[in-house]
Design a protein around this ligand. Structure first.
Ligand SMILES: Cc1ncc(COP(=O)(O)O)c(C=O)c1O
Length: 361
């Protein structure tokens, strides 16, 4: 599984683990993120990103995203404090962030970059795979991703020392030297984030199909965009690099939140499925993260002892609210026929047109 992923991404080191959440945890831990470290995170991500920071004792600092659906360079710059140690960038909805702008800020402030590319395996920016810009990166192979292992994840890095640390961290600290597991040394304290061989076998078979899936997804996405771009007011999420899209999502931006909500209502009424309206989604957007905002935990975490670095209930993130409010994402299936794609695109276009009317009237 990891060999096949290395071939696609060009990563020097990869480690298959139990899931994408474990992979991002390993990426943060092996990059040295721990107790009391402020980590700049997006308020629009799968919740695992934030959980991983918190479980390691880190303190999430939420910053603004932009139309790439990822943290923006300006957003990061504004959120930096003397305690900022790292940025945990998330490449959302199959796309890629504006890496040139972002890397300039990361370098200027001497920050550690960790990339959660959980949704962006097979995406890239100017020829470099998402996940490989910082010290370490992570991909998810759960049932919803471009390649699935049933459950699985992959940690990647180009740095050997970071890889060795992750390799031990994900297997109870074992150094994996020699051929007698019971006699191995333990350079660090770790935990069990191993993937099972059964899951890895499925992951390997699925990873082989990724170039084919991506090619078809991109063709389908283009076809749908052609139909939808005829609807006045409809636009699409931006990509840091148009050539590096993984093609897993069609990300539609409506003119405003109210129109997006009406479009969702129209699509529900018309029986159109397969889309996410993240603005009201319980797992992907901070507006619904009551347990995180109010630090509800099973046992005491570092953040409760050290204090949250921001007032999570009163964040100043207007750009993020605007972008996520306007966003409707469709998961693309590479098996759709031309007829199915056109029929779906026409249905979405009709719903969007209808939803737009009260604004134009
Ligand atoms: C951005 C992101 N990070 C992390 C994860 C967690 O991956 P997993 O479900 O494999 O634990 C996901 C899964 O949806 C994700 O989308």
């Amino acid at each position: 599984m990891k060999q096949k992923l290395k071939k696609i991404t060009g990563a020097k080191h990869a480690l298959a683990v139990s899931n994408g959440s474990a992979a991002i945890m390993a990426a943060l831990a092996a990059s040295g993120i721990g107790t009391g470290d402020e980590v700049i995170c997006p308020p629009f991500t799968y919740i695992a990103t934030i959980e991983a920071v918190l479980m390691l004792g880190g303190l999430p600092v939420f910053a603004e995203i932009d139309e790439t659906l990822c943290l923006s360079a300006a957003g990061i710059e504004k959120a930096i404090t003397p305690k900022t140690k790292a940025v945990c960038l998330v490449h959302m909805c199959g796309g890629n962030a504006d890496m040139d702008g972002l890397m300039a800020v990361v370098k200027k402030h001497n920050l550690i970059l960790v990339e959660d590319a959980g949704q962006a395996f097979a995406a890239s920016y100017k020829g470099t795979a998402t996940g490989l810009f910082g010290q370490a990166g992570a991909y998810s192979f759960d049932f919803f991703k471009i390649a699935t292992a049933g459950e699985g994840g992959i940690f990647v890095t180009n740095d050997e020392a970071t890889y060795k640390l992750a390799d031990s961290f994900c297997d109870h600290g074992h150094d994996h030297i020699g051929n007698n597991r019971g006699m191995e040394n333990h350079p660090v304290i770790g935990f069990n984030y191993r993937i099972s061989e059964l899951h890895a076998a499925v992951g390997a078979a699925q990873t082989r199909k990724v170039p084919y899936i991506r090619e078809n997804n991109l063709r389908i996405k283009k076809q749908m965009q052609q139909v939808l771009s005829k609807v006045e007011g409809v636009s699409f999420a931006k990509l840091g690099d148009d050539n590096g899209d993984s093609g897993t999502f069609l990300n539609i931006l409506m003119p405003d939140t109210e129109t997006a909500k009406r479009t969702v209502d129209e699509m529900n009424a018309a029986g159109v499925g397969g889309f996410n309206y993240w603005f009201t989604n319980m797992y992907h957007f901070i507006n619904q993260w009551e347990h995180i905002k109010n630090l509800k935990t099973a046992s005491k975490l570092a953040i409760q002892v050290l204090g949250a670095p921001q007032d999570y209930n009163n964040l100043d993130i207007p750009k993020t609210q605007e972008v996520v409010g306007r966003l409707i994402s469709f998961g693309i299936r590479c098996t759709w026929t031309n007829e199915e794609v056109n029929a779906l695109a026409e249905k979405i276009a009709a719903c969007a047109t209808k939803a737009m009317k009260p604004v134009n009237a």
